[in-house]
Design a protein around this ligand. Structure first.
Ligand SMILES: Cc1cc2nc3c(=O)[nH]c(=O)nc-3n(C[C@H](O)[C@H](O)[C@H](O)COP(=O)(O)OP(=O)(O)OC[C@H]3O[C@@H](n4cnc5c(N)ncnc54)[C@H](O)[C@@H]3O)c2cc1C
Ligand SMILES: *[C@@H]1O[C@H](CO)[C@@H](O)[C@H](O)[C@H]1NC(C)=O
Ligand SMILES: *[C@@H]1O[C@H](CO)[C@@H](O)[C@H](O)[C@H]1NC(C)=O
Ligand SMILES: *[C@@H]1O[C@H](CO)[C@@H](O)[C@H](O)[C@H]1NC(C)=O
Ligand SMILES: *[C@@H]1O[C@H](CO)[C@@H](O)[C@H](O)[C@H]1NC(C)=O
Length: 528
């Protein structure tokens, strides 16, 4: 439709209007036919107030409430239907009706996918969004230090419930409270506790899955390869995870937070160069990440203990930072969640807020560093960050628990030997719409090319939860399933040698490739 309209644009308005009318009428009648049978099928099991078509008055508000990047509000293929199930039977019915009527489902939990794949398609496609916003209970059992967390909960809702249940339990997952549990756990999930306790996915002990046959499965009935795949193999590929059982982790009653900014003129190049050697081998209780933006590196830290205990560690291990007692902020772990992400005036209640500011669009990508980058290169990097339209870098140190798990133990392969993860991000005003940000996108592309010699190679690794379609997209091959070989291009960057086992797990649970998107795991039938 877009191409056809563009080609027509030089003709007379009258001819254009007639063409658009015919074209719209034709596509409406075909999707109306599908609407009828798919909707009829859904209506037999799902209350009508949980179903939306493009002509429903609240279609746009329901869809847009889960869009977290304004560049995807316009100029993209939107779903024909939205389903907002409230229980597992509705989800099973959606899968069965979808398969019967040739309608694919995109699954949305928190909607933070960097490419918006939970609610939009890069290519023209007739699909429904299954939005889990109504399936978001968090049930904490403090006595056994476990919780069942539904996929539609946000990280903030999960942390809040854990905080209410007791002062000494926590969970190791991401920083941003509006991120959804469903996508985050599927792709790994890490935050300030990663050196002490690893990934969110490393702490998942059971899960409830609706598969492509509409069956409701748990850890035992889905089989060990599929349960392995769910914990880091990224969302959409294996079915719909409704709920996750997690192990909670121990934190002391007092933690210490600091944020020490160092400018280039104060020696940031030397301090960042030194940080690479220090941060990945500190005691596991101490996590120091770096936000590098403009001519400043901000060292942001969470320490599992008091300021008195932290100061001697900083003095002996990282004196170059010049951190001292006045930088310490002592608080409880749950207070550190809003403090670190939302700022010093935010309250614990603020992490329940599911609304985010939508004034900028963004583009992100990632790298892994296995060999420290030289001082001269850091000097050049600060040059890139000083250019017009530059974005920022976040450096998350690994080592500790995240690095001690074997590479094949979970799908997430960036373990032993990784010094740190780099996230690159750039922003532009949302007023530019879907086509804005050309200069900012060019900066990130060119900077990523510049970084190639200094980061991991063969494959150049990337984090699946920082999805980037510039790394490659699926090709649907013969038999109507995504091609395993074509998927290697992006799949081995996210999963290294685990890509093959993921593809075999996919063949076990969804050989027809019903659940798919531009970067879902293709099925690989053993022996092929
Ligand atoms: C502002 C921001 C901050 C972030 N901070 C961090 C961070 O600190 N640490 C970190 O590790 N990552 C972080 N991320 C990345 C984040 O972990 C991923 O984007 C994650 O996939 C988002 O999950 P979601 O449920 O919100 O997204 P969605 O867009 O809903 O889903 C992401 C993908 O998973 C699929 N999916 C969603 N739910 C399910 C389900 N229940 N079953 C099966 N498949 C499903 C979707 O179809 C989609 O393909 C951040 C992202 C943003 C935008
Ligand atoms: C789900 O909700 C429907 C009502 O829409 C109800 O009939 C059904 O029993 C519920 N299923 C479960 C498993 O709770
Ligand atoms: C502590 O560090 C701050 C900056 O982080 C600095 O302003 C202050 O002078 C330092 N104090 C001491 C006693 O070193
Ligand atoms: C939730 O966050 C949004 C965006 O920051 C803000 O505009 C809104 O006021 C917040 N809502 C509440 C209830 O705090
Ligand atoms: C729409 O998207 C295409 C492809 O992503 C892009 O080239 C184009 O500039 C966008 N147009 C607008 C008006 O946003």
């Amino acid at each position: 439709m877009h191409d056809a309209n563009m080609a027509m644009s030089s003709r007379s308005l009258g001819a254009l209007a007639a063409f658009v009318f015919l074209c719209t009428a034709a596509s409406m009648s075909s999707s109306m036919a599908a609407t009828d049978s798919f909707l009829q099928c859904l209506s037999a099991s799902i209350p009508s107030q949980l179903l939306y078509t493009q002509s429903s008055p609240s279609y746009t508000s329901v869809l847009d409430a889960g869009i977290r990047n304004p560049k995807f509000l316009t100029n993209t293929t939107r779903p024909v239907w939205i389903i907002t199930p409230t229980n597992a039977s509705h989800v099973e019915a959606a899968v069965l009706c979808g398969r019967r009527n040739g309608v694919r489902l995109r699954i949305r939990s928190g909607g933070h996918d960097y490419e918006g794949l939970s609610y939009r398609s890069e290519r023209p496609e007739t699909f429904a969004v299954l939005d889990l916003v109504n399936i978001r209970a968090v049930r904490v059992d403090a006595a056994s230090a476990t919780a069942w967390v539904d996929s539609g909960a946000t990280l903030g809702e999960m942390y809040y419930a854990i905080g209410k249940a007791g002062g000494r339990i926590a969970f190791p997952a991401g920083l941003c409270p509006t991120v959804g549990v469903g996508g985050h756990f599927s792709g790994g999930g890490f935050g300030m506790l990663l050196r002490k306790y690893g990934l969110a996915a490393d702490n998942v002990v059971d899960a409830v899955l609706v598969d492509a046959k509409g069956r409701l499965l748990d850890k035992n009935s889905m089989g060990s390869d599929v349960f392995w795949a769910l914990r880091g193999g990224a969302g959409e590929s294996f079915g719909i995870v409704l709920s996750w059982k997690v192990k909670l982790v121990a934190v002391p009653p007092t933690v210490t937070v600091f944020n020490v900014p160092v400018t280039v003129s104060q020696g940031a190049i030397d301090v960042v160069t030194r940080w690479q050697a220090v941060a990945p081998s500190l005691p596991d209780d101490l996590f120091i990440r770096v936000l590098v933006q403009g001519q400043r590196a901000s060292f942001q830290s969470l320490y599992l203990g008091t300021c008195d205990a932290l100061l001697p560690v900083m003095r002996s291990r990282f004196p170059e930072l010049g951190m001292n007692r006045s930088d310490c902020r002592e608080m409880t772990w749950i207070q550190s969640v809003p403090y670190i992400y939302l700022g010093s005036s935010a309250t614990v209640e603020d992490i329940l807020n599911r609304t985010i500011a939508m004034d900028t669009s963004n583009k992100a990508t990632s790298d892994y560093v296995r060999q420290a980058i030289g001082r001269d290169t850091w000097s050049a990097i600060f040059g890139w960050l000083a250019r017009p339209n530059a974005g920022l870098m976040i450096l998350d140190p690994y080592g500790g628990q995240i690095g001690s798990v074997a590479e094949a133990a979970t799908p997430f392969p960036h373990r032993g030997g990784v010094l740190y993860n780099i996230q690159y991000m750039n922003f532009w005003s949302a007023a530019g719409g879907g086509g804005g940000g050309a200069a900012q996108r060019a900066w990130i592309r060119d900077f990523y090319a510049f970084m190639a010699p200094f980061v991991s190679k063969d494959p150049r690794e990337a984090y699946a939860n920082y999805r980037d379609l510039d790394l490659g997209e699926n090709v649907v091959g013969t038999g109507g399933v995504s091609s395993y070989d074509a998927g290697k291009v992006w799949g081995e960057k996210y999963f290294r040698g685990n890509y093959q086992r993921l593809a075999m797990a996919k063949a076990q649970i969804d050989a027809d490739d019903y659940f798919r998107n531009e970067q879902s795991i293709p099925p690989l039938v053993a022996g092929k």
